[in-house]
Design a protein around this ligand. Structure first.
Ligand code: NDP
Length: 238
């Protein structure tokens, strides 16, 4: 049984990961930002512990990690799942919104890693899973900020895997394709249908399919896997 911290566990893929890791017998703390009611419902459903955290701010992450360590004792598995998306033309996105996306989607991963890593290094053991996006791999028109942040997450993952591998820590990135969550609520039906038609497996994905990949990467079955970007995208990008 591992002690698992899931950042951004209140909804969507993160909430499925909370359920899956709990069902597999792991001890889980997850963070939420705005969705307090969803977080409380998930606590009641799974027995996992919610902690509030805004990943945009280093201090908020530091305080949350301290609370998590007081609950779990230590963190064996860190899953950096929190992110926001934005659909704007590059000429129309406000600088403040650009910064919010980079702060949440990229800097947030840095803060989480920075506060969790030291104790993993001293124990010479740990597993970090970041969450990228196929758009971080191939770029998405009208999602330049999100694509840039997610490309950064992929670079961070690969570099960190090299840096901390000798300390017995594995770092991998799960890179979803189009998954049915609130993040895509504003995408119109025709666009979702077109993406599904372009996907070799002819459909969009479910949050559970991404969460199962996280569970695998956190397990001993993935003991020789590090620095990898694992696409969960139905073959939409190959
Ligand atoms: P959702 O929008 O459903 O959930 C996002 C989660 O991130 C929520 O738990 C939310 O918390 C949390 N979060 C957002 N902003 C912050 C913040 N500032 N501080 C802390 N937590 C925050 O997204 P998905 O489940 O769809 O996405 C999960 C991951 O998968 C993301 O990294 C996303 O980029 C990636 N992904 C998703 C794809 C998709 O098609 N859905 C495709 C490719 C990648 P709260 O609600 O409490 O504010």
């Amino acid at each position: 049984m591992s002690k698992v911290l899931i950042i951004g566990g209140s909804r969507g893929i993160g909430a499925e990961a909370v359920r899956l890791f709990r069902n597999a017998g792991h001890e889980v703390v997850f963070t939420y930002h705005k969705s307090e009611l969803d977080a409380d419902a998930l606590r009641q459903e799974t027995g996992a512990t919610p902690v509030r955290c805004d990943v945009k701010y280093s201090d908020s992450v530091r305080i949350a990690v301290d609370k998590v360590v007081s609950v779990l004792g230590q963190i064996d598995v860190l899953i950096c799942n929190a992110a926001i998306a934005d659909f704007s033309l590059i000429n129309e996105i406000k600088e403040s919104r650009w910064e919010e996306i980079i702060d949440t989607d990229l800097n947030g991963v840095f803060y989480c890693v920075r506060y969790v890593l030291p104790s993993m290094i001293s124990r010479k053991s740990g597993c970090i899973i970041t969450v990228g996006s196929m758009w971080g791999q191939v770029g998405s028109s009208c999602e330049v900020a999100y694509s840039a942040a997610k490309a950064g997450v992929i670079g961070l993952t690969k570099a960190l895997a090299k840096e901390v591998g000798p300390s017995g820590i594995r770092v991998n990135c799960v890179s979803p394709g189009m998954i049915d969550t609130d993040m895509n609520a504003s995408v119109d039906e025709a666009s979702v249908k077109a993406i599904a038609e372009d996907t070799p497996l002819c459909r969009t994905g479910s949050p559970g399919e991404v969460a199962k990949t996280m569970l695998f990467l956190a397990s001993d079955d993935a003991s020789f896997i590090t620095g990898q970007v694992i696409g969960v995208n139905g073959g939409l990008i190959i």
